[in-house]
Design a protein around this ligand. Sequence first.
Ligand code: G3P
Ligand code: MG
Length: 363
Amino acid sequence: MRKYTTGNSNLAFVFDIDGVLIRGEKAIPGAGPTLELLNEHKVPFILLTNGGGVSEKERVQFISETVQVPISPLQIVQSHTPMKALAHKHAYDRVLVVGGPGDKARHCAIGYGFHDVIMPIDIVRANPAVSPHHRYTVEDFDRYSREVDLKKPIEAILVFNDPRDMTTDIQIVSDLLNSDHGVIGTKRSITKLKHREDPSIPIIFSNNDFLWANDYALPRFGQGAFRIIVENLYREVNQLKDSQHLHSIIMGKPFKIQYDFAHHVLIDWRNKLLANDTSSQSQFLPNLGSEPKNSPFKSIFMVGDNPASDIKGANDNGWESILVRTGVYDNEDLSTIIAQPTVGVFDDVYASVEAVLKSQKIL
Ligand code: G3P
Ligand code: MG
C-alpha cells in the first residue's frame, strides 16, 4: 500500500453507520466503494455511530464483512466508546450496564476497565419477582447471567444500547433511580428529599436517538424513546412539577462531548496512517470533554441520515455536514428539519463523497 503523505489528509470524512453504510444486516449500495475510494485517495475516515451494545472490535468486524472493506477497531466511535475515559478514571465501582444483545455490553464495559459490571438479567436471576413478566429463557440465564451479591450498592447506571427486554429494564432502572443509595430492593423516601430531580444514583444514556433506520420501511424507536419512558415514570414516582426533570447525562450525537472525542480519534487515526502504523492496537484516550487543539484538518465532512443527531451535531461543532436519503431523513422539506446540511442532500453516501472529492479537486 503506497505510503500516506499529508497530501489529502488535511480533510477527512466521518460516517454514520445505520442509514448511511448499512440498514439492518445489509450494506447500502455504494457503501464499500465509497470507503475504497477514500483509501485510494489517501483521505482519512472514521465511523461515528449512536449504535453500540457490543465491542468496537466486534462492530467493525461486522461492518467490514458487510461492506467488504477492512476497517480498523481504531476507526470507530460507538455511542458508549467515550465511557472508556470514565472507566479509566475509576469513576464508579459497581455499575449497571443496560441494553444490547445478550451480555455483550457487559464484556464491552469490562474491556473499557469497569471491573464490577451488573446487568438486569443478574438481578432477575437473583429474584425473578423483581420483573414478573421478564422475557429471559433458561438458556439466557445459563449463558448471560451472573450470581451477584445484591447487598452491594450500584453506583451508576450506564445505558449502552437499546433495551432487549424493555419491561425488565424499565422496572430495574426505575427501582435503582428511586432506591436508597443504589441498593436494589430498597426505596428512598421522597418526603425528605431536597432535590427530587436528583436520582439516587447517576444515569448515563449513551445516546438520545428517538428514531433510527434499520431494514424496516419506517424508522424505529431508539434509546431516546426508552429515556422518555424512564423520565416520565420517574416524574410520576417523585411527583415532579412540570418544570422539573430527571437529572441525567446524555452522550452520543449531537452532543459536543461525542464530537470532540471523535475528533481526537480521527487525529489519532491520521497520525497512524502517516506513520504507516495502522496495525497498532493502542489508541490515544482523551479526557472526556477535552476539545482537540491545533487540528490538522481544514475540513471534516460528517455524512449522516438523521438531521437531529448527525447533521445538528456536525453543524454545532463546526464540521461540514452531508445528509443522505437512505435512512431516517425521508425527503421532508429541508426548512422543516431541525438542522440543514452545509454541503447538501444526496441520494446516497457514494454520490455525496464523489461530489466532495470533485469539489476538492481530488477526483
Ligand atoms: O441504535 C442505533 C441508532 O440509534 C443509530 O445508529 O449509526 O445511525 O448513529 P447510527
Ligand atoms: Mg444513522
